[in-house]
Design a protein. Structure first.
Length: 141
């Protein structure tokens, strides 16, 4: 991994802001009274100690969570505000691990000679099998 996401998360911990709102969906009076939906909001410009490499990676990321320089992650999975907060921080951790992974460079390789020979042999066998299915022309006999 190119970047240490645990270190980056520790930088983010101080700047995380949580907004709460009423969750949608079924639930009757409980849904209408309790604000259990949690939205994690993180302003990347507010973190001066973040390296330029990390900021560049996050700026290039095309993800529904990010509208540079703001990252917004919501959760309304459970009826507990605390569990939803934990879920949003886990989603942020997973998002960072996904975005900040170093991409491996592909090394081009040649197809081995034995593999080519085997493919051509199989083609020849199929050709012979199919050629026996043709109608026989009496003029050729």
């Amino acid at each position: 991994m190119l970047f240490n996401t645990d270190h980056i998360m520790s930088l983010f911990k101080e700047k995380l802001a949580f907004e709460t709102s009423r969750s949608g969906g079924k639930g009757g009076q409980h849904v209408n009274k309790v604000e259990t939906k949690v939205t994690l909001v993180l302003d990347l410009d507010a973190i001066p100690s973040l390296s330029d490499d990390v900021l560049e990676k996050l700026k290039e990321a095309e993800h529904r969570y990010i509208n540079y320089p703001i990252i917004r992650i919501s959760s309304a999975k459970t009826r507990s505000q605390l569990k939803n907060k934990k879920d949003t921080t886990e989603k942020l951790q997973a998002f960072l691990e996904e975005v900040l992974v170093e991409e491996k460079e592909r090394k081009e390789t040649k197809v081995p000679r034995a593999v080519k020979a085997k493919r051509l042999k199989n083609k020849k066998n199929k050709s012979e099998i199919k050629s026996t299915r043709k109608k026989i022309n009496p003029k050729d006999l």
